[in-house]
Design a protein around this ligand. Structure first.
Ligand SMILES: [Zn+2]
Length: 130
């Protein structure tokens, strides 16, 4: 569920000082990509039957678990939805990078813990004949 409820993000919270006061608020990051689609309406006499399909129409498409979701994007929202998808992609990349970094750190910790345990387990006869 990636519902966009404009009422939830107040102008104060979004904190972008250089935005003109009457500019629309940027959308929160949105999953998916914007795809364009041309369609045939099915009317026999229509130009779309002669190879001039209607469109493009824009949709945001994303995966939600097993299902592919698709919502229509108005031409007036195209730029902001694309920007929101891009923002989501960047966030996802950053999260993935942090996840890898955490894995690296965890492996390092486990390795030093293992060697610490090896040291602790070492039999105490280490003192050579004095
Ligand atoms: Zn048509």
């Amino acid at each position: 569920m990636n519902g966009r409820t404009p009422s939830e993000d107040s102008p104060a919270a979004s904190g972008m000082p250089d935005r003109p006061p009457d500019a629309p608020l940027p959308l929160p990051p949105l999953k998916g990509v914007v795809c364009e689609q041309y369609v045939r309406c099915g009317k026999a006499e229509c130009r779309c039957q002669r190879g001039e399909p209607h469109g493009p129409y824009y949709y945001r498409v994303w995966r939600e678990g097993e299902r592919v979701q698709k919502v229509y994007v108005k031409a007036s929202e195209l730029d902001s939805v694309r920007a929101a998808c891009e923002a989501h992609r960047e966030l996802t990349d950053q999260i993935e990078e942090m996840r890898r970094e955490r894995e690296r750190l965890t492996r390092g910790l486990q390795e030093s813990w293992r060697s610490t345990k090896r040291l602790l387990k070492r039999p105490k006869k280490r003192s050579r004949k004095i």
